[in-house]
Design a protein around this ligand. Structure first.
Ligand SMILES: *[C@@H]1O[C@H](CO)[C@@H](O)[C@H](O)[C@H]1NC(C)=O
Ligand SMILES: *[C@@H]1O[C@H](CO)[C@@H](O)[C@H](O)[C@H]1NC(C)=O
Length: 320
């Protein structure tokens, strides 16, 4: 019995050791950038068309494309199967994709390499960090998270994210972006997190109201880079980071959902008594906004003593 237990334990440890590196490689970087657990589940689920487990009944089987269809369509041929077979016999690229339909390695980049060969695709997350890219590569349709940090992208075009209906997070930290097309992000129905820090952006384009997290720190927004009422309709926005931008005002109005507003190292010189609170409504409380940073601005917070009454905490900044 003891031997049995030892063998069992040994196997268990062995498996744990085998499993460990996988988990390690998936834990990307800091805690904010961890791959979600659901991505682990999706790891082998990337192209559902060639995934046998999804063939729950005959009619879904017939919808298979690619070589699997070719093999399974032999005995009795319906019209649908014939069509699929014709499709299967069109030329296939190395990864199983045809020029018309992207395969498991994603669509082709302009270098002729599929995106998931150039970058790394894990589940529905695409990692293109540090690849000397000078443009956003075409993304697989199902992409939910896109990381392209430390590249050389200069411009975000209107079509770079066209029809990316599942995209939730875009991270383009540390590129050379100076220009973003006005329509580049507007049409993304699920976009929640947009990270554009450490670039050269002068003007923020129209942003979708679904955003919850925005980081455009260390850019060149200056006095005109943010549109009037740019964040007004973002009813779920909780983090807004615009540090190091030479901003000369606090962008208003701020949505009620906001929890953190980081504006340090800008050129903000004054603030209104109504910036955060409502002078006419003393019972008003802005409970969520706990973290306001105004340090590194030429502003004297002591000049507007009643501007913080509705806040759970005083802003951080110069009081003298
Ligand atoms: C079989 O697949 C069809 C089409 O995908 C679907 O409408 C139907 O509900 C499925 N039937 C079962 C029993 O899963
Ligand atoms: C900041 O404001 C307070 C209150 O108005 C004032 O007493 C103080 O001198 C100001 N400090 C500077 C450096 O202007």
């Amino acid at each position: 019995m003891k031997t049995f237990t030892n063998i069992f334990l040994g196997l268990f440890i062995f498996e744990a050791i085998l499993a460990a590196p996988t988990i390690h490689t998936l834990t990307y970087d800091s805690e904010t950038y961890d791959v979600a657990l659901e991505d682990l589940d999706n790891l082998y689920d990337y192209d559902e068309n060639i995934h046998v487990d999804h063939a729950e009944n005959d009619s879904s089987l017939r919808q298979f494309s690619g070589s699997l269809e070719y093999l399974t369509s032999a005995p009795s041929m319906s019209t649908k199967q014939k069509e699929a077979e014709e499709e299967a016999s069109t030329p296939k690229l190395i990864d199983g994709s045809s020029p018309h339909e992207p395969g498991v390695l994603g669509p082709q980049t302009h270098d002729g390499l599929p995106t998931c060969l150039l970058c790394t695709c894990l589940g529905t997350t695409v990692y293109c960090d540090d690849h000397e890219l000078d443009a956003v590569p075409p993304l697989p349709k199902e992409t939910t998270h896109f990381y392209s940090r430390y590249n050389r992208i200069k411009k975000i075009n209107k079509n770079d994210f066209a029809n990316q209906n599942d995209l939730k997070r875009i991270d383009l930290t540390s590129n050379f972006i100076s220009e973003i097309d006005e329509d580049a992000f507007r049409q993304l129905p699920q976009l929640q997190e947009l990270v554009l820090r450490d670039n050269k952006i002068r003007q923020l384009p129209e942003l979708p109201p679904t955003l919850t997290f925005i980081d455009v720190s260390n850019n060149r927004l200056g006095r005109k880079g943010i549109k009037e009422e740019a964040f007004k309709d973002m009813v779920d926005l909780h983090h807004l980071y615009i540090t190091d931008n030479n901003l000369d005002h606090i962008p208003l109005p701020l949505p009620e959902s906001l929890q953190a507003l980081h504006l340090q190292n800008n050129n903000i010189q004054q603030m209104h008594e109504d910036t955060f609170c409502k002078m006419k409504d003393v019972s008003y409380a802005r409970r969520s906004l706990e973290d306001i940073r105004l340090d590194g601005n030429p502003i004297n917070l002591s000049k507007t003593p009643s501007a913080y009454m509705c806040l759970p905490r005083l802003p951080i900044g110069s009081l003298i």
